[in-house]
Each structure stands twice: as structure tokens, then as C-alpha cells.
Design a protein around this ligand. Structure first.
Ligand SMILES: [Zn+2]
Ligand SMILES: [Zn+2]
Length: 357
């Protein structure tokens, strides 16, 4: 028997497993209703969901946008398992992204038009996300995964696309430039690899040795532990005393060291791009030097270029995000994943949750 929206009702599983963050640091496995898709919606079977640094901020209750209780997860590779009316996707399609989630309470939602929701939520932040076996979302922003890319790669394409926007969009890195990339997490390492693809020389910094080593392995011209080594002398050596052309800040979180360092490291008229997600609305800028040497400081948010450019680089073999994946684990070990990331244990970089295993 097939339901009105192409849903096989006999085979529809009524419940699904998810990981609920009921309040900061309170996390566990829950059983939730598995929603059926309304018009314009699809239900996704989550194959891969990678754990983001902002999930860790959410876990600690310091993410500026996350609300509770929350199923986190926004870096997703999935298969369409059911489609509502008027959706261009088919059951079995492999897709990346989360789309938006209908609120189920506004006027269009209550009248059977969830795709026109007046208050759609962002899955993983203001609506339930993909630390789950499945997820029902508005279909429009989902993107087909290229045939030669895996679900894991599709999930990790999301932070790589954020790095792409910073490197190619906001910083407009060009051949021959020297760039300092602060942070050797998944976004910082993606930014480093993308800046090199643009033809730049890259200096990467972090405060964790194995991450500095990873940047070196993945091709940074110079990789430094900024908690142990002077970063300014090597930068002067590499740039005839001028400073780097551009800095991309990929650290964020609860610290005030990277912005002053970035502004100091960049040359006169140079550019600092902030992509790191900070915990508080405050940073120190060496304002006298900044003004006199006409430096610029700009932000970079999200991935407005979408998945297109990053999927192209990945499927042509120019960018290998598999090298950023350190762990693949079942969904119910999500709390363990967060604790690994908290303690920077087991040389953790990107953890991919596998809800179907
Ligand atoms: Zn993220
Ligand atoms: Zn709504």
C-alpha cells in the first residue's frame, strides 16, 4: 500500500533513534517519531553526519544560535527515503545538505503547506538535525551528491565549502600570495589546501602538535605551534619583512589571541578574514597599527556559493577531504565523539557518525 505522498505506509518505521542534547552537557539516545513528509518535503535516511566544532560549542551551551532541547548535526550525506507532493527529488537519490525544517505551527504549516513555512528552522541549530536515523526537511536546498563521492565526503564537504567561501570568496586568495591560516581543524586545513590550489604559499598555525603536523603532511609550506614557537620571525623571513598578504582566522571559540596575532602578522594594507566561530562578541584589535597601516578585517559566513564549486574540486580529485576524517563511529557514540573533540584525544580531526550501522 502506497500513501498519498509516495510513502510506502506498510514499511514506514514509526520511530527513529536520535541523539538529544536536552540542555548543555546533557546528552543521550532518544526515540522520536519518524515524521512523514508533507508537500514540498522529503524524509532523509541519514548515512553520514560529521561532528562540527560548533556542535561542541552547542554541547557546552556557548553557541550563540543554538536552542534547546536540540538534536544537533548539520554536515550530512543522506538518501531520500520518502518524498512529499511536488518535490523534484526521488526516493533513492543521494543528497547533501540539511535544507530548512518547517516549524509545523505557522499558518502555512497548519494548512498543509510546510514548504511555505513562515519560520523555518536551521537543522542542528534551531531545529532538530542529523544526529538521527532520519530527518524530514523542506526539499529545495538539498543538493545531489556527485556519483564518485561517498556519503562521508558529502558530509565533510559542508565545512570545506565554508572554507571555500572564506578563501575564494571573501579573501579572494591569488597566485603568489603568502597567507597565514590560523587553526588546523577541518575548516583551517580545508582553507590551507584551497589556498594552495589558488597558488598561494601557506603558513598554518595551531596550538595542538598533531594538528600542526597534519598541516605539514597536507602541504603547508610552514606549520607552527603558536603556543610554543614565535610565529612573527618566520613570517618576516618568508615575506622580506613585510608580513603576510592575508590571514584567514579559522579558530574562533572562547579565546582572544588569534585576532591580535592576525592583525599584527598581516602586511600594510593587508586583509584579515574571520571565519572562526567565536563564543563571545568581543576581540582585541591592535587598533593603532591597524589604522596607520590601513589594514582590513572582514567576516566570512556560511557557504553562499553552495556545494557546486567544492563538489567540483572534490570529484575532479583536486581536494581530498577523506584526509580530514579521523574517526567513523555509530550514532549512539556521539557523546564519545564530542568528548574526543573536547580533549583533542586520539589525534581527532573530523568524526563521522554512521546512523545506519
Ligand atoms: Zn559546522
Ligand atoms: Zn511553519
Amino acid at each position: 500500500m502506497v500513501g498519498g505522498h509516495g510513502v510506502d505506509l506498510l514499511r514506514w518505521e514509526q520511530r527513529m533513534k536520535a541523539i538529544m542534547l536536552s540542555e548543555p552537557r546533557q546528552i543521550g539516545v532518544v526515540d522520536l517519531p519518524d515524521e512523514q513528509p508533507g508537500p514540498g518535503e522529503v524524509t532523509l535516511r541519514i548515512e553520514s553526519c560529521s561532528v562540527c566544532g560548533s556542535d561542541l560549542e552547542g554541547f557546552h551551551g556557548i553557541h550563540p544560535k543554538m536552542t534547546f532541547p536540540r538534536v544537533m548535526g548539520h554536515e550530512v550525506g543522506s538518501v531520500v527515503k520518502a518524498v512529499g507532493d511536488g518535490v523534484g527529488l526521488s526516493v533513492g537519490d543521494r543528497v547533501a545538505g540539511t535544507g530548512r525544517k518547517a516549524c509545523r505551527s505557522c499558518e502555512p504549516c497548519r494548512n498543509g503547506r510546510p514548504a511555505e513555512c513562515a519560520n523555518p528552522g536551521g537543522p542542528g541549530f534551531t531545529a532538530h538535525g542529523a544526529y538521527a536515523e532520519s530527518m524530514t526537511v523542506i526539499a529545495t536546498e538539498l543538493v545531489p551528491i556527485p556519483e564518485n563521492l561517498s556519503f562521508d565526503e558529502a558530509a565533510v564537504a559542508q565545512p570545506a565549502a565554508i572554507a571555500y567561501h572564506a578563501v575564494v570568496g571573501r579573501a579572494a586568495i591569488k597566485e603568489g600570495e603568502t597567507v597565514l591560516i590560523q587553526g588546523c581543524g577541518p575548516i583551517g586545513l580545508s582553507a590551507m589546501m584551497l589556498a594552495k590550489l589558488q597558488g598561494a604559499r601557506v603558513i598554518s598555525t595551531d596550538i595542538v602538535d598533531y594538528r600542526v603536523q597534519k598541516a605539514r603532511e597536507l602541504g603547508a609550506e610552514l606549520a607552527l605551534n603558536s603556543s610554543k614557537e614565535d610565529v612573527f620571525a618566520p613570517i618576516r623571513d618568508m615575506t622580506s619583512g613585510q608580513g603576510v598578504d592575508k590571514v584567514i582566522e579559522c579558530v574562533g571559540a572562547d579565546q582572544d589571541e588569534t585576532i591580535p596575532q592576525a592583525v599584527e602578522a598581516v602586511r600594510s594594507s593587508g586583509l584579515v578574514v574571520v571565519v572562526g566561530s567565536f563564543a563571545s562578541n568581543r576581540a582585541t584589535v591592535p587598533i593603532i597599527d591597524f589604522k596607520f597601516s590601513e589594514k582590513s578585517l572582514i567576516g566570512s559566513q556560511g557557504m553562499p556559493e553552495g556545494y557546486g564549486p567544492i563538489f567540483e574540486l572534490m570529484s575532479f580529485g583536486k581536494l581530498d577531504v577523506n584526509r580530514l576524517i579521523s574517526h567513523r563511529i555509530p550514532l549512539d557514540q556521539a557523546p564519545h565523539a564530542l568528548s574526543l573533540m573536547d580533549r583533542k584525544d586520539e589525534d581527532v580531526l573530523k568524526v563521522v557518525l554512521k546512523p545506519q550501522t
